[in-house]
Design a protein around this ligand. Structure first.
Ligand code: GAL
Length: 695
């Protein structure tokens, strides 16, 4: 049965779906008004009759058409591949994938196509997606299975050999949902790939708008810092003029077995005073936690009846599908953290790992009191925690923003960014691109580095991401004073660290300059569903050059970054159609071609769409500083692309879409015009234009 459920969105139910589904659990309502503003699409982009389904002894199988030219993307955060066409992925939650098989911190059963539609398979099962990689014999009749290559073409490596031979003319997507007797599909119309993503995000409730402070610099100190060390360390940022808005702490509530007591350790004799002290210095505090609860925890006994049958790290695994478990947790966290001013959490270990020397987490077969089994719980675990924490803050009239290591479907409205213990620079940049297809945010966090150049380039990459985070949890001094872990912890600082600090500060400053622009881009995530950071194929699906481009990122609608991975001395990048201006030199380049950057680039390669009005804040130490509201406005070329900025009354109150100011900056032949689109919020501080420059 197929039903139109929102403008351009259809639901197709096949067989008898399971009771527990991502859509059934979603706690936000679709953004119907904004959905209605997207182009009207009358017909479902896939003919329902062309979608077939069968019950098999293995579970439930769905087959969907796939044209020979279509390219597929998505399936959540995928660090090991970008374009999913021709691949087979099993969407298992796992933190340390060893091969490109679909294991991920955040697998999402949603894919989008360059043909301009998206498909969500509404399941919490570890479904397998054959993205054009299963070629039925029946369909081969009349087709050349070699995809046009002469059968004796001399191909001498297996990758090319298999790639060519598998390029069959007939393709389809096959999805296997294990153990199920049916499943619903949500079909999101385009007409373009980007619009399909927009519809998915708006249907999820619209993208999150982080508070301004969350767009500044995040730093996590070493995990064993005491209250005193934390304060002294944070003060060092101010003294040495390094920008920082959020300081990450480990409250030390992990026990010997690593499960948590959720009680501040003796390293923090007065947490309330610490948080207040930091707040006075304009830092927000983000706390590390994971939910596996140790027997010594004050909430253990209450949680026991609302937990799964297996432990993790010797701790209880709360069943967050049960309201009781959520209440026990949030009551405790409210008193001990939220009420003293902690701004949010890093929800660690909610994924699990099967691939490391000491695999950990709860098994797939254990059944929780709510009836969910371990497999379903794994898919939902991070999502349930994110929703619980968001509600905890909302109920207390506050806003939060934090980190998480697992997410699933309908994640766009959730105020959390994904991260990982993995550390491959290229994969980390690819993660920004792949996350953007499925309503996810991802940070390519920075820890140690092999050289100063690598450190700077990793920082530059983080500019083009939702969270600019230095996660120094295992190093004592900031990495710019010593990027090598052992020497850092032995306090052997680099003799020339001040020079490296200056270089790193320049990168921090750029991030701070971009805060108003990024905030505006996130506002469009909320109201239009447009991911603020995304792969170029979303904007340029008809350009084959963009189809495999996983190391260039659109930031908002007018900036394109091409991070340099590792310590390469040159960079070849692709400029999309149109005219692009080098952010640093002001040199104009005709697009739709490749561009070689010939020598070592000190700065992040960054290009501005010609015609842009681009507001940059003055660099500041934190987002509450007056400079952060003073704009240097650059007007490129004819200035035909105005920009609308967002002003909020309070960065700590829950975001209220109808209680913000929108301010449009446009270029009127020879002068900049600043026009309020609407004024609703009483501001203690709003944007002012300090300077304008024509480029
Ligand atoms: C890891 C986490 C790291 C760090 C560490 C601290 O699981 O991914 O980022 O927080 O725990 O104990």
């Amino acid at each position: 049965m197929i039903t139109l459920i929102a403008p351009g969105i259809w639901k197709l139910t096949l067989g008898t779906p399971e009771a527990l589904t991502p859509s059934g659990l979603a706690d936000t309502t679709p953004e119907h008004v904004h959905l209605a503003a997207l182009p009207l699409v009358d017909a479902c982009p896939l003919q329902p009759a062309a979608i077939t389904a069968t019950s098999t002894p293995r579970g439930f199988q769905v087959r969907l058409p796939l044209q020979s030219t279509e390219q597929l993307y998505g399936l959540g955060l995928q660090l090991l591949s970008f374009n999913q066409t021709g691949l087979k992925k099993t969407l298992r939650v796992n933190s340390d994938p060893i091969a490109d098989l679909g294991d991920s911190h955040a697998p999402v059963p949603f894919y989008v196509s360059t043909a301009g539609y998206g498909i969500l398979v509404d399941t919490t099962r570890y479904a397998t997606f054959y993205c054009g990689s299963a070629n039925p014999v029946a369909a081969a009749g009349g087709h050349d299975p070699c995809g046009g290559l002469p059968p004796d073409a001399p191909v001498l490596d297996t990758d090319t050999l298999y790639a060519a031979r598998k390029a069959a003319a007939y393709r389809e997507v096959v999805v296997e949902v294990p153990g199920a007797a049916g499943v619903s599909l949500f079909i999101f119309a385009g007409p373009s790939l980007l619009e399909a993503v927009q519809r998915y995000n708006l249907f999820s409730g619209g993208g999150v708008v982080p508070p301004r402070w969350a767009l500044g610099v995040w730093y996590r100190g070493r995990s064993d810092f005491t209250q005193e060390q934390t304060l002294a360390f944070a003060q060092q940022f101010r003294d040495e003029r390094m920008p920082c808005d959020v300081f990450g702490l480990e409250p030390g509530w992990q026990t010997q077995t690593y499960s948590c007591s959720h009680v501040w350790s003796s390293r923090f004799p007065d947490p309330a005073a610490l948080v207040a002290d930091l707040r006075e210095r304009h830092f927000r505090v983000n706390l590390w936690t994971h939910v596996f609860t140790h027997p010594t925890s004050p909430i253990f006994q209450d949680l026991l009846p609302h937990s799964g049958p297996y432990t993790t790290f010797g701790g209880l695994v709360p069943d967050f599908l049960q309201p009781e478990a959520r209440e026990i947790f949030t009551n405790h966290y409210k008193k001990t953290t939220v009420d003293i001013g902690v701004s949010g959490f890093k929800l660690d270990e909610c994924d699990g790992s099967d691939f490391i020397k000491s695999p950990w987490s709860f098994p797939e077969f254990g059944v929780f009191p709510s009836g969910a089994d371990g497999e379903q719980m794994h898919s939902l675990f991070g999502t349930l925690q994110q929703r619980m924490m968001r509600q905890l803050y909302e109920r207390n009239g506050k806003r939060t923003f934090g980190l998480v290591r697992n997410a699933h479907a309908f994640a766009a409205p959730l105020p959390f960014v994904l991260y990982s213990d993995l550390y491959d620079h290229g994969q980390f940049v690819r993660g920004v691109c792949t996350a953007g297809f499925s309503g996810l945010l991802w940070t390519p966090e920075i820890r140690h580095a092999g050289s100063g150049m690598e450190l700077v380039r990793r920082l530059q990459s983080a500019i083009a991401s939702p969270m600019f985070l230095v996660n120094a949890w295992y190093i004592k001094n900031p990495p710019w004073k010593q990027w090598e872990t052992k020497a850092n912890n032995a306090d052997q600082l680099l003799p020339d660290w001040p020079e490296w600090q200056t270089k790193c500060r320049a990168v921090f400053d750029l991030r701070m300059q971009l805060v108003p622009y990024l905030h505006a881009a996130f506002h469009r995530y909320a109201t239009e569903g447009i991911p603020p950071f995304r792969a170029l194929v979303m904007d340029y699906p008809d350009c084959p050059d963009a189809h495999r481009l996983d190391d260039q990122i659109m930031i908002g609608d007018r900036l394109m970054a091409a991070p340099i991975i590792g310590t390469a001395l040159t960079r070849t990048l692709w400029l999309p159609p149109g005219m692009w201006v080098d952010f640093w030199t002001g040199v104009r380049h005709e697009g739709n071609r490749h561009l070689d950057l010939p020598q070592v680039h000190e700065n992040l390669p960054l290009f501005v769409k010609d015609g842009s009005v681009l507001p940059l804040a003055r660099p500041s130490l934190h987002t509450e500083a007056a400079e952060s509201f003073e704009l240097d406005v650059r007007v490129y070329g004819n200035g035909a692309l105005p920009i609308t900025l967002l002003e909020e009354a309070s960065p700590d109150a829950p975001f209220a879409a109808d209680h913000v100011n929108l301010l449009t900056l446009s270029w009127d032949i020879s002068r900049l015009v600043v026009a309020p689109v609407r004024y609703r919020a009483d501001l203690s501080r709003g944007y002012t234009v300090a300077h304008e420059r024509k480029i």
